[in-house]
Design a protein around this ligand. Structure first.
Ligand SMILES: NC(=O)c1ccc[n+]([C@@H]2O[C@H](COP(=O)([O-])OP(=O)(O)OC[C@H]3O[C@@H](n4cnc5c(N)ncnc54)[C@H](O)[C@@H]3O)[C@@H](O)[C@H]2O)c1
Ligand SMILES: [Zn+2]
Ligand SMILES: [Zn+2]
Length: 337
């Protein structure tokens, strides 16, 4: 079967590889859609930590069941995948937090993923389509990241939720903040993306950190209180360090975005707020289920996200262009028949 292999940074090659054989506890799926995310782009660039080559990328998947040894799925069923292979025995897994398993293996990151015709996956990680389209199914995983961050924050009705970073992850976070009843404020340095928030996601408040006085705007919007929930979805150290001052007293600050450096903040400022700082890693089945239900109920429109589509045999030619913000890419989607 055909697979697209990232042989080393900057190089994607179509190879013929052996088709997977059915093993106990596994299901063989035929890939229908593959969403491209920042992780794939960084792996291609060679800037993704903990990454080894060669690797078959692709973890945002919609697929059809080909063969399975379980009776929970039938051949021909459409499915999506929770791409996080957790160990099931570590402290996180034992506490129902398999999303932050100490031995996490992400499909398409630590082990080969979905840029191939067929893929063998643990059956327990598959979720039924529930009437969703293949495009919708491939968007479930990236949206679940935001849903998880909002669940971590415990957003309540009417709260001001500042989401910093309006990339695919931040946009999904904004949607689930709204679904939780929050009043969303989007902060970015890219006006095109802020316009997207206003036009497509109907986010009421947008702030451009390059041209606006962020603190003044936040005070205006929140009647002087400042946001009680602040979420980073930039992965920018500068944005994260700045964001501590945007928190209301008693606020929660959730880091969905990830960067490599040390975060530093003023302790007395943090103390006087009695603030809470949390990280948010991957997503749980509860988050995946919430995304699927929200899509079914038309609370999230996948058409807003998919800005680029390409056939599987054209991916190698187009991949590098998705690294360029000027292409206006939010979500590039690979189509297989
Ligand atoms: N929690 C998880 O498990 C998880 C999963 C996937 C991705 N992520 C992380 O989420 C982050 C966002 O991912 P993405 O794919 O949406 O990235 P992206 O690069 O597409 O979007 C980031 C956005 O942040 C904006 N930004 C950058 N610096 C800024 C600043 N100083 N102030 C305001 N805005 C700024 C950019 O303009 C951009 O729109 C990344 O750090 C990624 O690693 C986390
Ligand atoms: Zn992803
Ligand atoms: Zn574990």
């Amino acid at each position: 079967m055909k697979a697209l292999v990232c042989t080393h940074p900057g190089q994607l090659t179509y190879n013929d590889i052996a088709a997977p054989k059915l093993k106990a506890g596994h299901t063989i799926i035929r890939i229908k859609r593959i969403g491209i995310c920042g992780t794939d782009l960084h792996a291609f660039e060679g800037t993704q930590p903990y990454f080894s080559y060669p690797r078959i990328l692709g973890h945002e998947l919609a697929a059809e069941v080909v063969s399975t040894d379980s009776d929970t799925h039938q051949p021909g069923d459409l499915v999506t995948l929770m791409p996080y292979i957790n160990c099931g025995t570590c402290i996180a897994c034992r506490s129902g937090k398999g999303n932050c398993c100490t031995n996490m293996q992400v499909i398409g990151v630590h082990v080969d993923g979905g840029m191939a015709e067929l893929l063998s996956v643990p059956t327990r990680l598959l979720l039924p389509a529930n009437g969703l389209s293949v495009d919708e199914l491939a968007l479930v995983e990236p949206l679940a990241i935001g849903a998880h961050g909002i669940r971590r924050a415990g957003v309540e009705q009417g709260e001001f939720v500042l989401v910093i970073g309006a990339g695919p992850i931040g946009l999904g976070t904004m949607e689930f903040a709204r679904i939780a009843g929050g009043q969303v404020i989007a902060l970015d340095i890219n006006q095109q993306r802020l316009d997207f928030c206003k036009d497509k996601l109907k986010v009421e408040y947008t702030i451009n950190a390059l041209t606006d006085d962020v603190t003044e705007r936040l005070k205006d919007i929140t009647n002087g209180d400042m946001p009680t929930v602040v979420i980073d979805a930039t992965g920018s150290l500068k944005a994260i360090n700045n964001a501590f001052q945007y928190m209301a007293h008693g606020a929660r600050f959730v880091l969905i975005g990830l960067q490599k450096g040390d975060i530093s903040f003023n302790h007395p400022e943090f103390h006087k707020r009695e603030a809470t700082l949390m990280s948010s890693r991957n997503a749980t089945q509860q988050d995946f289920d919430q995304v699927i239900t929200s899509m079914k109920n038309k609370l999230v429109d996948p058409a807003n996200y998919i800005t680029h589509t390409v056939k599987f045999d054209k991916v190698a030619d187009n991949f590098a262009s998705w690294l360029k913000p000027e292409t206006g890419v939010i979500k590039a989607m690979i189509e297989l028949d």
